[in-house]
Design a protein around this ligand. Structure first.
Ligand SMILES: [Zn+2]
Length: 402
């Protein structure tokens, strides 16, 4: 079955609204795992799963650390057909091709479909890979409650949780290396006319909650002079965040969430809460944005007679991809596409967890128009095929007998 046909079949599972919805352990997500297991068995490959819901397809010695590739099958709400699914289906094709080629391997090769990368049902992103890497204890999953009120363990042991006919693996065995094939989800490769990208690092991320307290009042009777309008102060801050990221360079910062109180047309806003998300592959640039955010908050508070509090919500360090593995991936990609180049990933991926316990690298293919996490997420079929070629060549380099 072709890559294209498999992606189309997965895309039919969970089609909803303008896109696809496959929350972890939902019926469509279970159906997607069932398909991967069935395709793998048709190809004569061994299938296993673990207690976090991760699914494995193995060729070669079950007791040796494998060269592993993989990605995830869950999606965001109204997500696209390629984010995650491409790396799983592409990885399966890579295993099939390598086995069929009859090349002698000194290491086993493995595909993994990580559970719950998007964090769209249970409040933990990169769920399966963070447990695998020991960043989240397995027992911590029992405390998770889905957005539908269902507990993780009930979903795991429910009819659309673990696959009924797939052996359960104990523990989280060591990996020799991990390579993740993924769509870029941004416009950088397409704009450069490149068909392959080598990920240098996965961006660090910092999130802040900002609360601005002004004084609410009558929109008709309060003169402009002397107002303490919380939304006007917020507007200054939003623009300061944008300027900070632009000035720092090679970083992005976004205010994507903002709440106005009391949010009435005839009332001067008394309180605004907003959230800032800042990312860069270079921690020093995020530090600079944070410093500028805090300075701007003090300046705006003084100038506008409001109280402004900035709280750090979440801090995730940037993760560099393994230098040796990156070099191998770069050689492979440049041979297949002379315009291939290294770029950081602004989005998080399972590879950032696995990089804590094994050499990890990522291969990107372009996203048309840079669009992702939407129903019209697309990548050209010839680029999808080239990405699999790059994965095959990389895995053979890493696993083949010398
Ligand atoms: Zn993804």
């Amino acid at each position: 079955m072709s890559l294209h046909a498999r992606l189309a079949e997965l895309a039919s599972l969970g089609a909803r609204g303008a896109g696809i919805e496959r929350g972890l352990f939902s019926a469509p997500e279970h159906a997607a795992r069932t398909r991967i297991a069935a395709w793998a068995r048709e190809a004569g490959l061994a299938v296993e799963q673990d207690r976090a819901g991760n699914l494995f397809v193995r060729a070669g010695d079950p007791d040796q650390p494998p060269i592993q590739c993989g990605s995830h099958l869950d999606t965001v709400k109204e997500g696209g057909a390629y984010d995650g699914a491409y790396g799983v289906v592409g990885g399966l094709e890579a295993l099939e091709r390598i086995v069929r080629s009859g090349v002698a391997l000194r290491r086993p090769i493995e595909l993994v479909a990580w559970a719950g990368e998007e964090g769209s049902r249970f409040p933990l992103g990169t769920l399966g890979s963070s447990v695998y890497a020991g960043l989240t204890p397995l027992r911590a999953l029992d405390a998770l409650i889905g957005d539908d009120g269902v507990a993780f363990s009930d979903a795991l042991h429910g009819p659309t949780g673990l696959l009924a006919d797939v052996p359960l693996r104990d523990g989280f065995p060591a990996l020799a290396a991990y390579v993740e094939l993924h769509i870029e989800q941004g416009p950088v490769l397409e704009r450069a006319g490149a068909r392959l990208g080598i990920v240098s690092a996965i961006a660090g991320q910092r999130r802040f909650a900002v609360t601005i307290d002004g004084i609410a009042g009558h929109a008709g009777t309060l003169p402009m002079a002397g107002r303490a309008d919380a939304l006007c102060a917020a507007s200054d801050l939003v623009l300061a965040v944008e300027r900070a990221a632009r000035n720092v360079g090679e970083a992005v910062a976004t205010v994507g969430q903002l709440a106005v109180e009391p949010n009435q047309i005839n009332v001067v806003p008394g309180r605004v809460t907003l959230r800032v998300d800042a990312r860069s592959a270079d921690e020093a640039r995020i530090d600079a944005i944070e410093q500028r955010l805090r300075e701007a908050a003090r300046e705006i508070a003084a100038a506008r007679q409001v109280r402004l509090a900035v709280d750090l919500l979440e801090k995730r360090a940037a993760v560099s991809m393994n230098a040796r593995l990156r070099g191998i991936v770069r050689d492979v990609c440049v041979r297949l596409d002379p315009r291939a180049f290294e770029l950081p990933s602004g989005a998080g991926h399972d590879a950032m967890c696995i990089a804590q316990v094994a050499p990890a690298a990522m291969i990107f293919v372009p996203s048309i128009g840079g669009r992702s996490h939407v129903g019209d997420e697309r990548t050209a079929p010839e680029d999808l095929a080239l990405g699999v070629d790059a994965l095959v060549a990389t895995m053979v380099m890493l696993a083949a007998a010398e």
